[in-house]
Design a binder for this molecule. Structure first.
Ligand SMILES: Cc1cc2nc3c(=O)[nH]c(=O)nc-3n(C[C@H](O)[C@H](O)[C@H](O)COP(=O)(O)OP(=O)(O)OC[C@H]3O[C@@H](n4cnc5c(N)ncnc54)[C@H](O)[C@@H]3O)c2cc1C
Length: 286
């Protein structure tokens, strides 16, 4: 297996696009190395992107939080300005593995691995985040939701890779939240996850996005439920209906960690709780 470690994006584009065999990008390696050791993937070339300085940037540019593909989860969860604006995205990132894993793992790696249960994805989708992609033909921007094709698959061509995640600055009187359910207290994969991003006006919800994770091949927008909560203050009736809608929209599999019926029920409960938490946060900043 060939190993490459370019120091600039241009070098990386050159190496990656010219290599015609099977290849993998190596960011933190917390998914890739496990997959290599268990023979799930057998690339002929691995390209480490952690040596590219510009992929370590984490700053605000042109109305977006720009997070480089080499930025570790720990760096994200320690950025107080980012956390106060996007607590839900930070919650998702903060749930990935352990302290050791978070010192290596990246949010771009979490997204690119495209696990239906990835903790980083639902809140990113609820925030309408995008990614910057580069390849031989130049660069392009794509929203996170449409980037994901299905489990382990992204809509990227063979020569392309992601350089940055772009998260819009949070709007006024708005907040997000991410919650997940796991059977253990730590170090487990989400049985269900839910990201919510909403805004309030005169104490009522003026816009909302509800995104369910781990209950379908990719994240699911609970659009009808999000519409239902508009102009409400989350009274009992609305909450009950929202819960039922999220149960119905979920299309989970059944496995040793949860049956279809159980996962559907948890989807409703988590959507309710994430919405209530995001609403309380938005009221606090109003
Ligand atoms: C013990 C343990 C616990 C874990 N717990 C969790 C958890 O609780 N929640 C969770 O969601 N995940 C968990 N994970 C999975 C993993 O840690 C995360 O998905 C992590 O964010 C992956 O990031 P990485 O930088 O290590 O990715 P890598 O392993 O480097 O890469 C992951 C995939 O993305 C591709 N890739 C990476 N960067 C790019 C790029 N720039 N452009 C295109 N493709 C790219 C790689 O080729 C690979 O296919 C856990 C893993 C371990 C080992």
């Amino acid at each position: 297996m060939k190993y490459e470690a370019p120091e600039t994006i241009d070098q990386a584009i050159d190496i990656y696009s010219k290599f015609n065999g099977s290849k993998k990008i190596l960011a933190g390696g917390t998914d890739v190395l496990v997959q290599l050791r268990t023979d799930i993937v057998r690339p002929e070339m691995v390209m480490n992107i952690k040596k590219i300085n510009s992929l370590h940037e984490f700053c605000i540019v042109d109305g977006y939080w720009k997070i480089g593909a080499a930025v570790s989860a720990s760096k994200i969860t320690k950025n107080t300005a980012f956390i106060s604006e996007w607590p839900g995205i930070a919650e998702g990132v903060g749930l990935i593995g352990s302290t050791q894993i978070q010192n290596r793992a990246t949010l771009v790696g979490n997204l690119s691995n495209a696990s239906p249960a990835a903790d980083g994805i639902p809140a990113l989708v609820a925030a309408n985040a995008k990614v910057e992609i580069v390849g031989q033909q130049g660069s392009r921007v794509k929203d996170v939701y449409s980037l994901i094709e299905g489990p382990g698959k992204l809509h990227l061509s063979k020569d392309e890779f992601i350089t940055h995640i772009l998260i819009p600055l949070q709007r006024d009187r708005s907040a997000d939240c991410y919650l997940r359910f796991i059977p253990r207290t730590e170090m487990d994969i989400a049985v269900v996850g839910c990201g919510v991003n909403l805004s309030v006006k005169n104490q009522s919800i003026s816009s909302a996005k509800i995104v369910l994770g781990a209950v379908g091949p990719k994240v699911i927008f609970a659009d009808e439920a999000a519409e239902l909560v508009l102009n409400s203050r989350l009274d009992k009736d609305v909450i009950l209906k929202l819960q039922r809608m999220c149960e119905e929209i979920a299309t989970p599999i059944s496995d040793k960690r949860g049956s279809i019926r159980f996962r559907r029920q948890v989807a409703g409960v988590l959507a309710k709780r994430a919405l209530q938490k995001a609403y309380a946060r938005a009221l606090e900043v109003s």
